[in-house]
Design a protein around this ligand. Structure first.
Ligand SMILES: Nc1nc2c(ncn2[C@@H]2O[C@H](COP(=O)(O)OP(=O)(O)OP(=O)(O)O)[C@@H](O)[C@H]2O)c(=O)[nH]1
Ligand SMILES: [Mg+2]
Length: 327
């Protein structure tokens, strides 16, 4: 495989090369991993930083509809937009971004947009790395905005938030008890809460929900990365394309403030460090899956249970088996 050629074509904004490169980073094959590493290393520092926007929301809240309307609005401004997804539950049917390519019909036909379905992988760690690398490829390609969608199962919001500059939480209009359904940890990650479907009969409920969330946000601990007024809640209608311009204005205002105050760079550095540690952790955990090591753990576990060896001595023996260099 000619990595230098692939690199050059990506830098020349060849979409087929980008698609091929993403397929490469999605592969788990050892030789593919090596090539992917080489490609990413050769692209590092190329191109400008895209605005990475993470978007999370429960099934049916309107993520696909929002991405289509919002994406079309951005491309109309002359911006290039990529859409990626973190969807660890690949078994989920109907709502996957793959099925959505048909639903995001207008956006997928837009020459300034690029939509990539989530890799069919159930392991969140694997999906996280692949998505992160796909983001890096899209950035090198020259997209202005990279949208990263997740349906929000388990830890996937954290994964997306840790690779985004801005994190949006899309919510549905609902009664007051629904507010408690959103986990505090997820609220704390949000930069902007968008209460969608603020149209027709749902409009007044949406406005009430929005006020409830605005109140809840004010109760959270102030974060250093926020200027006055953030995080904030607002209403939108993805279907009627209402409030999208305003939400984009808020995103740009927040982004500019973070760039000027240094928080943008600090966050990117902290994220790189986070993923470095995460990769080390995953790598070490993978070593424990090695056949011999696994067998030793099982054997020693039985002996620890029988009181023949202490837990620490047994652990030392296992750790002594790990070859960190060849792992
Ligand atoms: N009234 C109204 N309906 C909307 C709006 N946005 C989305 N919907 C409807 O809500 C339903 C779900 O929308 P999707 O965009 O598919 O939601 P999703 O979050 O992508 O759902 P999953 O992919 O299953 O997680 C569809 O019937 C949409 O037409 C909106 O702004 N207003
Ligand atoms: Mg969807």
């Amino acid at each position: 495989m000619d990595i230098a050629d692939l690199r050059d074509r990506i830098l020349k904004q060849d979409r087929r090369a980008l698609a091929r490169a993403i397929t490469l980073v999605e592969s788990a094959r050892a030789d593919h991993r090596a090539h992917a590493g080489e490609l990413l290393e050769s692209l590092r520092g190329n191109g400008k930083q895209a605005l990475r926007i993470g978007l999370s929301g429960t099934p049916g809240v309107g993520k696909s509809t929002f991405i289509e309307s919002f994406g079309m609005m951005l491309t109309a401004k002359g911006l290039k937009v990529a859409v990626l997804a973190v969807d660890p539950s690949s078994a989920r049917s109907g709502g996957s971004i793959l099925g959505d390519k048909t639903r995001m019909e207008r956006l997928s036909r837009d020459p300034n947009a690029f939509i990539r379905p989530s890799p069919s992988q159930s392991h969140l760690g694997g999906v996280a790395r692949r998505t992160r690398e796909a983001v890096a490829l899209c950035e090198a390609f020259g997209f202005d905005v990279v949208l990263i969608e997740t349906v929000g199962v388990g830890q996937s919001e954290t994964v997306v938030a840790e690779m985004s500059d801005l994190f949006l939480l899309l919510l549905a209009p609902a009664g007051g008890d629904e507010l408690q359904g959103v986990k505090r940890g997820i609220m704390e990650m949000a930069d902007i809460i968008l209460v969608n479907k603020a149209d027709g009969e749902l409009k007044s409920t949406a406005m009430r929900t929005c006020a409830d969330y605005a109140g809840a946000l004010r109760l959270l601990r102030k974060r250093p990365q926020d200027p006055e007024g953030f995080p904030k809640a607002m209403t939108v209608s993805a279907l009627q394309e209402d409030g999208l311009e305003k939400s984009w204005d808020e995103m740009t205002a927040l982004t500019e403030w973070r760039r000027e105050s240094g928080h943008w760079d600090m966050r990117r550095s902290a994220q790189a460090d986070y993923w470095f540690h995460e990769e080390v952790r995953q790598g070490v955990l993978a070593l424990l899956e090695n056949g011999d090591v696994k067998a030793a753990i099982d054997q020693l576990g039985a002996r620890v249970s029988a009181g023949e060896v202490t837990p620490s001595a047994a652990a030392d023996r296992v750790l002594g088996m790990l070859d960190l260099k060849t792992g």
